[in-house]
Design a protein around this ligand. Structure first.
Ligand code: AVJ
Ligand code: FE
Length: 443
């Protein structure tokens, strides 16, 4: 992107805006008006709020700021300010209705495409403008994933459809369960990735001691073994906070799972009930469930630096790559991204997306819980506004890495950081395990 001539950059941004809007339209046109304005869970906004919020952010940053144009609507900013109203209160607001919201986002978009044609994109001011467009594309894609999570929580007949992901590649059986990531420094974060958000910056050196990392995310089948071993009833495996939450929330299985009288596990996904597929990465577990499984398996969750080193560091060159497979943008052969499928792919998929050390599915499929709290890197500078990341820094949030099948490729890379409360599981979250070398194991 940084080397693209201006006209190609404009065409690229226009195409990304259009592609993203097509997905937002599908997520909001596939349900009826009642479902658009209804709250499907107190954790989520009504879909019609997300839609107008996408348009409002685009208006604030591109129409008013970059374009220096008059407001499209100056009366609704407060309604769509995520910091003014918690999600659970949003259905009670005098929101734009479905038709009004669609007209609003279309009007904003017309102005934005005109601004994109005229605004300078090069030089100092230009770099900022190009970033503002990239930020807005990613913002809409993030809300598309949030809306997909709302679809998962919605009850009623299925609204979305997509082809099943390809079955596991033939070499899965010979894939080692874990790899050794050698100790030593690597470059974490980025100062050059053009669309990287403030919390991914700047690039800095981190020394990571040697550790083992699973080559695949933990599967449903493995998680069922934890269940069958009584893992949810044994406080030994849970942290103190985790056990307190497990008790309070009466956790007994991943969200959306149900066991029939034969003991078979079923799950509801996007309105369809199916047997839990054992080879698929486990989904919809909170941080505490992931932590308990890992302890039961005599492993642990990776730190954020470990995860990123495994995902980016190439021991041959000593360099950190943009993605596990190199620097090329993701293709369907690399990773399950972009809501192409409505589920993760079987564990061990995407050999072409493997890291230099042979770790698979670091990008796509399921967001992976890390043990890291969400903090700014050394030298962090809030950009373009404190509310994007900085106000969330601290021990309340855990970092998730790698994106899910619901994350778009343009909003996901080796440096990308997502964060959420450790009790959340309605997002498309799973995990993989790491461990320290055993005494003498590396001699
Ligand atoms: C990065 C997913 C935690 O949804 O709160 C959307 C993304 N920021 N609008 C969120 C975001 C502002 C953010 N997450
Ligand atoms: Fe937002």
């Amino acid at each position: 992107l940084e080397d693209m001539p201006t006209e190609r950059l404009r065409a690229h941004v226009a195409a990304e805006l259009e592609r993203t809007r097509a997905r937002s339209a599908l997520l909001t046109d596939s349900v009826d008006e009642t479902d658009l304005v209804r709250q499907h869970s107190p954790l989520m906004s009504p879909l019609v709020w997300d839609l107008a919020h996408i348009g409002n952010q685009e208006e604030l940053w591109l129409v008013r700021d970059v374009g220096e144009r008059a407001p499209v609507r100056c009366d609704i900013d407060e309604l769509y300010d995520a910091f003014k109203h918690p999600r659970r209160k949003r259905p009670d607001l005098p929101l734009l209705g479905p038709t009004e919201a669609r007209d609003y986002v279309a009007e904003v978009r017309d102005k934005v495409l005109d601004i994109l044609d005229r605004a300078p994109l090069e030089g100092r001011r230009l770099v900022d403008n190009a970033f503002a467009f990239g930020m807005i594309v990613q913002h809409e894609q993030q809300h598309d994933e949030t809306m997909l999570a709302t679809h998962q929580l919605r009850t009623g007949s299925p609204a979305l459809d997509a082809p099943a992901p390809p079955s596991a590649p033939a070499d899965v059986r010979s894939l080692p369960g874990e790899v050794l990531v050698p100790g030593g420094p690597f470059t974490m974060g980025t100062s050059t990735e053009p669309w990287a958000l403030d919390n991914e910056r700047p690039a800095h050196t981190v020394d990571v001691p040697p550790f083992f990392l699973d080559t695949r995310p933990v599967t449903n089948g493995e998680f069922m073994e934890f269940l069958a071993a009584g893992g949810y009833d044994d406080p030994r495996w849970w942290s103190e906070q985790g056990w307190a939450h497990r008790q309070r929330a009466e956790l007994g299985a991943p969200q959306f799972w149900e066991r029939d009288t034969d003991g078979t596990w079923w799950r509801t996904r996007f309105g369809r009930v199916e047997r839990v597929p054992p080879q698929e990465p486990v989904l919809h577990v909170c941080y505490y469930e992931a932590e308990a499984y890992a302890r039961w398996a005599r492993k642990r969750l990776p730190t954020e630096a470990e995860w990123e080193k495994a995902a980016r560091f190439d021991p041959a060159s000593g360099r950190s790559q943009r993605y596990p497979w190199g620097d090329a943008d993701p293709t369907p052969e690399h990773a399950n991204l972009g809501q192409r499928h409505l589920s993760p792919s079987p564990a061990g998929s995407y050999p072409e997306g493997a890291s230099p050390l042979g770790v698979r599915q670091l990008i796509g499929d399921v967001w992976e819980w890390t043990s890291g709290d969400f903090h700014g890197y050394p030298g962090f500078v809030a950009f373009p506004y404190r509310e994007y990341s900085e106000v969330f820094f601290g021990p309340r949030y855990k970092v998730l890495r790698g994106g899910s099948f619901g994350t778009d490729g343009a909003a996901c890379r080796g440096t990308f950081r997502n964060w959420d409360f450790p009790i959340r599981r309605q997002i498309f979250c799973g995990f993989r395990c790491a461990r320290d070398p055993r005494p003498g194991e590396l001699e």
